[in-house]
Design a protein around this ligand. Structure first.
Ligand code: ATR
Length: 280
């Protein structure tokens, strides 16, 4: 039996175990997905222990996403984002990792599938990103992943954040991007083709980070917040005639991407989506 899991704190209410286990069941893979809450000071020991025990893969969430970068071999996108949410301990080529003589070859690989989660949430809804004018609201971890994801998909990115300096420094790292405070939304949103809320505004509250009158029918709006599943932003976007994509799609596709990295086969998207939506 293969073991996968999630490390973070807290993780007890995570939806990833049922989502991934539905995928294993659908594909006939003998595996379990479990949650771990290591002591923040023991991250390196926890990763070594997981590798020694033969854990195949770990998702990583708050507060470890940045710290884990130092303990893995990150792919270039994860390195640019500055955060890893998926660790792959799987065998290199067909060799047995434990018998690899070269130490570097046994370093687990790190990925950021939040970026693919953003791209795939849009493409699943037939929203084209190449050449699109994209607005990312937020410049924290989710905002960084969204900004790099959209730029990699050839969108023109604008980052707007409450703390303007954070948006400006993120924009300086993302090819072709611009950045500013939330006051820039009034100029950017009316011309936007896609918008991502990557702030926590609207989580368990009836608030929106984007003035509702700026939303329009010729745009697609993805809210990374999924509690509630229909946020005030999505309600307003729907009322304006926009395409709406709720946060569960982003959660689903970051998991789908991790599943595919770990198992090397296409994920059963429908089964994983059903398991996720059952619990929301
Ligand atoms: P995550 O990893 O989920 O992105 P984070 O790194 O803490 O979490 O980032 C939270 C984001 O939500 C930030 O962009 C933050 O803006 P600041 O950089 O100015 O702090 C944004 N945010 C949180 N509360 C907000 C609020 N009440 N209004 C506007 N933006 C808010």
């Amino acid at each position: 039996m293969d073991v996968y899991g999630l490390i973070g704190n807290p993780v007890e209410h995570s939806l990833s175990p049922p989502m991934h286990e539905a995928g294993y069941e659908e594909r006939g893979i003998d595996a379990r997905y479990v949650t771990f809450e290591p002591d923040p000071d023991a991250l390196a020991t926890a990763l070594d222990g997981a590798a020694a025990l033969g854990v195949r893969g770990l998702n990583v969430t708050i507060p470890f996403k940045q710290d884990v970068l130092a303990h893995v071999d990150p792919d270039p996108l994860a390195e640019r984002i500055g955060a890893v949410n998926t660790v792959d301990f799987g065998p290199v080529l067909d060799g047995d990792r434990a018998s690899e003589p070269d130490e570097s070859a046994s370093t687990p690989r790190g990925y950021n599938t939040d970026a693919a989660g953003v791209q795939r949430a849009f493409t699943h809804h037939d929203v084209a990103l190449a050449g699109a004018d994209a607005v990312v609201v937020g410049a924290g971890g989710a905002g960084r992943a969204a900004a790099f994801a959209l730029a990699d998909a050839a969108a023109d990115v604008h980052v707007a954040n409450r703390t303007a300096a954070k948006a400006e420094s993120l924009a300086a790292e993302v090819p072709g991007a611009t950045g500013g405070g939330l006051d820039t939304l009034s100029a950017e949103v009316p011309a936007a083709d896609v918008l991502v809320n990557a702030t926590s505004v609207g989580m368990e509250s009836d608030e929106t980070p984007v003035p509702e009158e700026l939303l329009h029918a010729d745009m697609a709006v993805l809210d990374a917040v999924y509690t509630p599943i229909e946020t005030r932003l999505l309600r307003a976007a729907d009322a304006a005639g926009a395409t709406t994509i709720d946060g569960a799609w982003m959660l689903l596709f970051q998991g789908v991407e991790a599943f595919e990295i770990w198992t090397d086969e296409p994920a059963p998207v429908e089964a994983m989506n059903a398991a996720l939506r059952d619990r929301l």
